[in-house]
Design a protein around this ligand. Structure first.
Ligand code: DAH
Length: 308
């Protein structure tokens, strides 16, 4: 049928050499032939298409009535659970969740937090250095500085994140663990605000009747600094194995932001005061879920995670 070389097309062209009558009869017959060929071609085409479809249904079809395969699933990891719970409580209390880099400079991790080179506090935090100036952050406190450099008071932030220390692995140490930092800055923020805020937070996290107490302590970036204990969540303070019969469990470090820190980020220390705290998520998860070995959190054994 092709226009230039097709037999039918050539025959149609040669019609003009014939007489009127012959041309009429032959013309009709050629037309019929052309229709026949076209019909059988399109018939064949749709048969082939149908066969192709059928083959696809047979080889690629899905029987939606067959029973499926259940994906093995565990549960929300206990560390993530505590992490989320802390975030939820903080947000309800009016805090904003922020984060910062895990690779930090010496300046943010130490210098800006009043821990100059040679300061003994550097020895407490066995640091994993990447170069002279770069390191894996040893705590979430550098995000205090990063936030204050960018924002003016009032500040209410909570910073959950991973931190790193050069520790040998045992039941209570892993080279990577998790902390939550908190920072409140404004006018007329007092130590009483700190104690009250932390009490509300810890009561939401542990129990409505959890009591808190502050013990004087030292951290270079706060003055005064304190360690905060909660009444033992297992014996309510009567004394048990977990609290070693003291009735109290140490839970976090805190204090009033050191005026020198405000100066460094350009806040007027005569106008602004604030408090900060830092606590370990892993330690709290160990306590809350009565797990006796930190390594269980990192092995990801599905039988362990399924229990949460
Ligand atoms: N950054 C401290 C640490 O890792 C914890 C800490 C203590 C944070 C007191 C604070 C604070 O914000 O006020 O040991």
């Amino acid at each position: 049928l092709s226009r230039k070389k097709g037999l039918v097309s050539l025959a149609v062209k040669s019609l003009k050499t014939l007489g009127v009558e012959e041309r009429r009869i032959l013309g009709q017959q050629l037309n019929q032939l052309k229709n026949q060929v076209e019909n059988s071609l399109s018939g064949r085409k749709s048969t082939l298409l149908e066969q192709e479809q059928k083959g696809k249904f047979e080889t690629e079809g899905v029987d939606v009535t067959l029973p499926g395969h259940a994906f093995p699933s565990a549960g929300i990891h206990p560390l993530r659970r505590v992490w989320r719970e802390m975030e939820e409580i903080s947000v309800r209390m009016g805090f904003t969740i922020v984060s910062g880099p895990e690779i930090e400079s010496d300046y943010y991790n130490f210098e800006a937090l009043n821990i100059p080179k040679g300061h003994p506090a550097r020895d407490d935090q066995d640091t994993l250095f990447l170069s002279d100036n770069l390191l894996l952050r040893t705590h979430t406190s550098p995000v205090q500085i990063r936030t204050m450099e960018k924002q003016k008071p009032p500040i209410r932030i909570v910073v959950p994140g991973r931190v790193y220390r050069r520790d040998a692995v045992d039941a209570t140490h892993t080279p990577m663990f998790h902390q939550v930092e908190g920072l409140v800055v404004g006018e007329e923020i007092s130590l009483a605000d700190m104690k009250g805020t932390l009490q509300v937070f810890l009561r939401a996290l542990f129990s409505h009747d959890t009591r808190v107490r502050l013990r004087p302590s030292y951290f270079p970036f706060v003055e005064p600094g304190a360690e905060l204990d909660i009444s033992c969540i297992f014996c309510s303070g009567r004394g048990c194995r977990v609290c070693k019969n003291s009735g109290w469990i140490e839970i976090l470090g805190a204090g009033m932001v050191h005026p020198r820190i405000f100066e460094r980020v350009g806040y007027d220390p005569n106008r602004y005061t604030g408090f900060a705290w830092g606590m370990g998520i892993d330690r709290i998860a160990l306590l809350k879920y009565q797990v006796n070995d930190l390594r269980l959190f990192f092995e990801n054994d599905i039988r362990f995670i399924r229990q949460f």
